[in-house]
Design a protein around this ligand. Structure first.
Ligand code: NDP
Length: 246
């Protein structure tokens, strides 16, 4: 596991947006960031899941959270520009963005991949990520020490048969991270990196490996060290790198 022990007030007074916060790794990350002092903005597409997490954070007496539902499949640039305006008005700042939401799609040979599934995966995993990044960068760049973190995968670093659009979308994610990190190096306080969670017991993993014993993999809560390191000030100056959470 990633060797880092976060101080409990690591993210005090920071405002951090987590996409796909309703379930799996995003849910654990949002909770962990809140436990370390951040005000978290919970993005997702399922309002019920987001409200349940919001209530949990409130009941635990953690910093005030907010909910921001958007379906990444249908969102366009206007949606994210409006998000930038709303977050600017509501919080006046954004110190972190964890792009975590993602879809698996079909596990099938490229030749048999349905074109509509391909487009959908690219829309959710790549296009929406680009559009949100483009819209929110001005807000991140105003922060004294912002972290922009993309979520990759093992199959986004080494292609593997039958991982289709998902794998290609994760290669694109790594590409976006590297290009942006290089652009912002020296001209911005925003650092840009990617994280590969590794096999983690979530709905997505169970869908990809239906024959696997689910708790043979770590829970999302168990892989949070790397997320905390990359979101907090201890990773200041780290830019353009791909990390493994495990
Ligand atoms: P989950 O399927 O558990 O969670 C994914 C989250 O993304 C869900 O909250 C889901 O919403 C949200 N999401 C999906 N589509 C959309 C959409 N169109 N609009 C808005 N939100 C959406 O997956 P994980 O937690 O496992 O995955 C998190 C990230 O980690 C992903 O990027 C994944 O590719 C990556 N990853 C995961 C690995 C693993 O072993 N688990 C390994 C390598 C990478 P909803 O709750 O409504 O479904």
């Amino acid at each position: 596991m990633f060797d880092y022990k976060a101080p409990h007030n690591l993210l005090k007074d920071r405002v951090i947006l987590v996409t796909g916060a309703g379930d799996g790794i995003g849910r654990a990350a949002a909770k962990s960031f809140a436990h370390h002092g951040a005000s978290v903005i919970l993005h997702g597409r399922n309002e019920q899941k987001l409200e349940a997490l919001y209530d949990e954070i409130e009941t635990a007496g953690l910093p005030q959270a907010a909910i921001y539902p958007i379906d990444l499949e249908t969102a366009d640039y206007e949606t994210f520009f409006e998000m930038q305006q709303n977050l600017g008005n509501e919080f006046g700042r954004l110190d972190g963005l964890l792009h975590n939401a993602g879809m698996l799609g079909q596990r099938t040979p490229i030749e048999h991949t349905k074109t509509d599934v391909w487009q959908k995966i690219m829309q959710v995993n790549v296009n929406a990520v680009f559009l949100m990044t483009k819209a929110l960068l001005p807000l991140l760049n105003e922060s004294a020490d912002a972290s922009l973190l993309f979520t990759s995968s093992g199959v986004g670093r080494q292609g593997r048969a039958f991982w289709g659009a998902y794998a290609v979308s994760k290669f694109a994610t790594e590409g976006l991270m590297q290009v942006l990190a290089d652009e912002l190096e020296n001209i911005s306080n925003t650092r840009v990196n990617s994280i590969n969670p590794g096999a983690t017991n979530t709905a997505m993993r169970r869908l990809a490996y239906p024959g696997e014993v689910p708790n043979s993999n770590p829970s999302p809560e168990e892989i949070m060290n790397a997320y905390l390191y990359l979101m907090g000030p201890d990773s200041k100056g780290v830019n353009g790198q791909g990390f493994d959470a495990q």
